[in-house]
Design a protein around this ligand. Structure first.
Ligand code: 147
Length: 658
């Protein structure tokens, strides 16, 4: 008998607004960027691209996200690549680079109420007078960010709702005040500042941050990262909205979905946080880059249109289909709280409607990337809710259920159940571990079943790219810039890709690369022959000093110190070439002289291949061959430069293994 007592527990809870409601619900969002996480999405074929965007943004359809947060590109590596700045240099502005503008427009098209949010990771060097912080000249930095907000409005007709400071780096109170004042000077009073976007779990006490009354007044919300659902007591009681402004970052299997379900509820229950943003929105970066499958769903097959709708999408739906930003949570103990048998419940209302979300994620099935999750137990439980106040007369609720199973039975994911008829103002539920339930007066249709998703295929070979089919300033498809910014340049006679970052950015990575790089293809590629044409200007007009063409590039992201591969290096205006197995060219394994220099301002044809134990290169008319003794790891095809400066690239060919 005693055995039975410990496997199930009863709990009684009130759902009531008699003593008022809790904090305002500010929405669930996804983060595109930080960095380059949506790179492959934009080149998807139709109709798959539209299907995917529907799954992310269309109300009551898939994730139905309420917020889209994007990176404000800064030309430097920010996790899975670099995103282009709208001002590579102080004297130019361009609002047609990259894919975040496109993504924001697609999101708005599907949900005009979606909130938009911009946050920088890296900055172009000039913003900080070529130092390592953007706060050296706060007026310059504020103007740079406000330009991005104005570009969104004037070029794309997008209204930016929120703007941040500097992702996970120091904040500066005078910069926050300056940003507020430059926004106001530009009639952008409606653009709200969220800060500091720092990592909380160290743990950081934010009261010092908001003690300054003018800073407090300049802020709309405190945004913290990976809070593990907790905040220090004095921060948790702040009258400012508290947001988990980056969270999740977990492999998107059902444990990842469990993580997401648990934090979506418990960020409010434990931490008073009323908005949670998933890093990242969608896995649209090559596998082989850091944090694989950390998106709410995967779409990394633009060449086939293949994608996977993972369960974090449907966990999101449990909240977003049944709420709107501006609703209120019910208070702790009268609609929101922890469950006796483990797990949590939250209730939200607009004054009339009621939505209750229950999650019972077990410890091992809801571990997130960070911080460490303390041990706890979840057991089966009988839950009784007594419905009071404005909700007293509600006759029935729609019910949606997810149950993740780890016992060879199939999971149920966001399945509509029979309606629940409320008798005697009482709701009774028997709940197992690893479930999410939504009970709501709001109806949402059954989960959409995706049909005819194309099968995945390896990167298509042979592959050729002549950069002729783009508009000026477009970022070339499939070419995943890792540091720097590649854009299409069109002249009356030719069209090619140019790397356009000409000075060292204010980097975000702790151990940044000294130059530029971009990769394409597949992280498992071994022996491949490639051809590419290069052209470079003199350093006097910002040409790069040393270019590379690479095979087998691996160890990317912020780990540039560990990037290995076969790197063929060429020095413009000289006859010197060299080969190294690392991106920093620390160990030269072969070097020599060409019969003619890599002259400025003309195209040079380069080939590189490996076969068995031999690597070979052809540079114009010169042929080089050497034994290959480097890493056996596969990797991408890559191009780039040892420093910052223009480099031009054309006619890239990647052949099948002969
Ligand atoms: C965050 C970044 O803001 C994202 O761009 C992305 O890199 C994400 C990946 O999980 O992580 O930054 C963090 C990186 C490391 C830690 C915390 C946040 N950490 O090790 O505690």
């Amino acid at each position: 008998l005693s055995l039975y007592l410990i496997v199930s527990v009863n709990g009684q809870y009130q759902i009531s607004d008699i003593t008022g409601v809790g904090r305002q619900f500010d929405g669930i969002g996804g983060l595109s960027g930080g960095g380059a996480t949506s790179k492959l999405l934009v080149s998807y074929p139709e109709p798959q691209r539209s299907h995917i965007l529907d799954l992310l943004f269309k109300p009551q359809y898939g994730a139905a996200l309420q917020i889209l947060k994007v990176e404000i590109g800064g030309d430097a590596q920010t996790t899975d690549g670099s995103e282009s700045s709208h001002m590579h240099t102080e004297n130019e502005e361009n609002y047609n680079r990259g894919y975040e503008w496109w993504l924001m427009k697609e999101a708005k098209m599907r949900n005009p109420n979606i909130a938009l949010w911009g946050l920088p990771w890296a900055f172009p060097g000039w913003v900080g007078d070529y130092g390592s912080t953007p706060y050296k000249n706060i007026t310059k930095a504020a103007n740079y960010i406000v330009n991005w907000v104005k570009g969104a409005r004037d070029v794309h007709n997008l209204t930016i709702d929120f703007i941040g400071i500097w992702n996970e780096r120091t904040w500066d109170n005078s910069y926050i005040l300056e940003l507020r004042s430059v926004l106001n000077q530009n009639q952008l009073q409606s653009v709200k500042i969220v800060a500091p976007d720092s990592i909380e779990f160290y743990p950081l006490d934010y009261t010092g941050f908001t003690q300054n009354a003018s800073v407090f007044n300049a802020l709309h919300a405190i945004g913290v990262h990976y809070p593990g659902t907790q905040l220090p007591e004095n921060t948790r009681m702040s009258s400012l909205p508290l947001w988990s402004s980056e969270d999740y970052s977990t492999f998107n299997d059902d444990v990842g979905a469990g993580c997401w379900a648990r934090i979506l509820n418990q960020n409010y229950v434990n931490g008073n946080m009323t908005s949670t943003i998933a890093w990242n929105l969608i896995t649209s970066y090559y596998s082989g880059l850091p944090y694989p499958r950390n998106g709410l769903m995967d779409a990394m097959q633009p060449w086939t249109g293949s994608y996977v709708v993972q369960d974090p999408i449907w966990v999101t739906a449990h909240t977003t289909h049944f709420t709107n930003v501006g609703w209120h949570y019910l208070k702790h103990g009268s609609g929101s709280g922890l469950l006796r048998g483990g797990g949590s419940y939250v209730s939200l209302t607009d004054g009339q409607n009621l939505t209750i979300i229950i999650e019972t994620m077990s410890h091992d099935h809801s571990i997130c990337v960070r911080p460490k999750l303390p041990a706890y137990i979840v057991i089966a439980q009988n839950i009784t809710f007594t419905v009071l106040g404005s909700f007293y007369g509600i006759p029935k609720l729609y019910v949606y259920k997810t149950q993740f199973r780890y016992d060879n039975q199939s999971s149920q994911v966001f399945e509509k159940q029979d309606d629940y008829t409320i008798i005697d103002h009482t709701i009774n539920l028997q709940v197992e571990p690893d479930c999410v339930y939504t009970l709501s007066t709001v109806y949402s249709p059954d989960r959409v079943q995706e049909n005819s998703i194309p099968a995945p295929q390896p990167f298509p070979l042979p592959y050729s790219e002549n950069f002729d089919t783009y508009d000026m300033d477009n970022e070339p498809k499939y070419l995943a810039q890792q540091n720097g910014a590649w854009e299409i340049v069109k002249t009356s006679t030719e069209s090619f890709a140019r790397q356009k970052t000409i000075s060292r950015p204010i980097e975000w990575c702790p151990a940044p690369l000294p130059g530029t790089s971009a990769v394409i293809g597949d992280s498992s590629w071994q022996a491949l022959p490639i051809n590419v044409s290069i052209k470079v200007r003199s350093p006097a007009v910002n040409g790069a000093r040393k270019l590379f063409v690479a095979l087998k590039m691996s160890g990317l992201g912020c780990q540039a110190h560990f990037t290995s591969g076969i790197f063929l290096w060429l020095m413009p205006n000289t006859t010197t070439y060299s080969i190294s197995y690392d991106l920093y060219s620390l160990t030269t394994v072969k070097s020599g002289q060409l019969s003619a220099p890599i002259s400025f301002d003309t195209w040079h044809s380069i080939s590189l291949s490996t076969m068995g134990n031999t690597m070979s290169a052809q540079i114009n008319a010169d042929y080089i061959s050497a034994p290959f003794t480097g890493s056996t790891m596969g990797g991408f095809v890559g191009i780039g430069s040892s420093d910052y400066g223009y480099s031009d690239w054309d006619d890239l060919m990647i052949y099948e293994v002969p």
